[in-house]
Design a protein around this ligand. Structure first.
Ligand code: 5AD
Length: 352
């Protein structure tokens, strides 16, 4: 056994560490202690969720974006990105297909496309909830005014994903052009939580200029925020962005972060993300072995999948929704888990 076992035990017992201890988890990382932490993380996930894996049907409905994040393939200045928007009918068709597979959460994700006004977008949310009252609607459409978030919630949206990307103002400024700030991001997350959403924050592992100090700050911020969901995946370069030549994050470090998060937040909803499955063919299965309990099969129509490219090499871009779903169900079953057909809300959440 390496030297980190006492820290890993402390993390499991107290569900947090000091800043310097978080940093040490990375600087002194070694295979034996990583495996020890992985096993504890998996045990924690199983103690809380059994072998159930929650599925979320992901509908990538627009790749127009007003922002210009240096890492992202659908950034405004990428004029090679072929832009698209799904109509309400197309989005509802994705939901119908997903529902027929047993999916009970629909995630509407898009760039910050300002052509979607509060209405009729809220009417689309209401229509999904009318047709599928037993389903959760998750939104992932970026930074909006508080009033807009309130309107989404009143229309029936249940959850909101908005990764904080990095908690450090200094690091945030290296990933985003001026005008985008971590202060506003944190304001949005706080508003969303106050309004009553189940919220998801998160960050990329191995993003350009990331240090262990920054990662430690991410863990500290998450502890303070206490989100219901945490999305992390490796940074993967995109050829038509300013970070085209930056090194990708690693699978191993992402898995290590997943285990830390599972020990910090025993009941959090923690996806094994598409980026993790892209950087390594068995990344998502490994994610589950490291404490993840959510998978997000894509419901996006086949002809738009290759246009929603945040990074190079994204998997499942040539698949129909049915293939994606069947493939993931099989992968989950083969490692001894079950893809369940339920909303999969966080245990501590009730609609206000
Ligand atoms: N590599 C990995 N993840 C990325 N994201 C955006 N661009 C990339 C990239 N190049 C992530 C961001 C964003 C989420 C939707 O996708 O963290 O919040």
């Amino acid at each position: 056994m390496g030297t980190l076992k006492p820290l890993v035990d402390k993390l499991r017992e107290e569900q947090t560490l000091t800043h310097d201890e978080f940093v040490r988890l990375f600087t002194d990382r070694n295979p034996e202690d990583s495996e020890y932490m992985r096993a504890l993380a998996q045990e924690t996930a199983v103690a809380n969720y059994g072998h159930d894996i929650f599925l979320r049907g992901l509908i990538e409905f627009t790749n127009y974006c007003r922002n210009d994040c240096y890492y992202c393939g659908i950034r405004r200045s990428n004029d090679k990105a072929e832009r698209y928007r799904l109509s309400d009918e197309e989005i509802l068709e994705c939901c119908a297909i997903g529902y027929s597979f047993g999916l009970r959460t629909f995630v509407l994700q898009g760039g910050e496309d300002m052509t979607y006004r509060d209405e009729p977008f809220c009417e689309l949310i209401r229509e999904i909830k009318r047709r599928y009252p037993d389903c959760a609607v998750t939104l992932s459409v970026g930074e909006r005014p508080r009033g807009t978030y309130e309107a989404y919630y009143e229309a029936g949206a249940d959850r909101y994903l908005l990764r904080h990307e990095t908690s450090s103002p200094e690091h945030y400024a290296k990933l985003h052009p001026s005008g985008l700030t971590i202060e506003n991001r944190k304001r949005c997350l706080k508003d969303l939580k106050d309004i009553g959403f189940q919220i998801g924050a998160g960050f990329m592992v191995g993003s350009p200029y990331q240090t262990y100090d920054y990662l430690a700050e991410d863990f500290e911020y998450l502890k303070e925020l206490e989100p219901h969901m945490i999305g992390i995946g490796p940074f993967i370069h995109h050829k038509d962005t300013p970070f085209a030549d930056m090194p990708d994050g690693s699978c191993e470090e992402t898995l290590y972060c997943l285990s830390i998060l599972r020990l910090m937040f025993p009941r959090v909803l923690l996806p094994a993300t598409t980026a993790l499955g892209t950087i390594d063919p068995l990344g998502r299965e490994e994610g589950i072995r490291h404490g993840a309990n959510v998978i997000m099969p894509s419901l996006s129509p086949k002809d738009v999948r290759e246009k929603y490219l945040l990074y190079d090499g994204k998997i499942c871009t040539g698949e129909e929704a049915a293939e994606c779903h069947a493939c993931l169900e099989g992968r989950i079953a083969r490692i001894g888990y079950i893809a369940v057909s339920s909303r999969g809300d966080h245990a501590d959440w009730k609609r206000k």
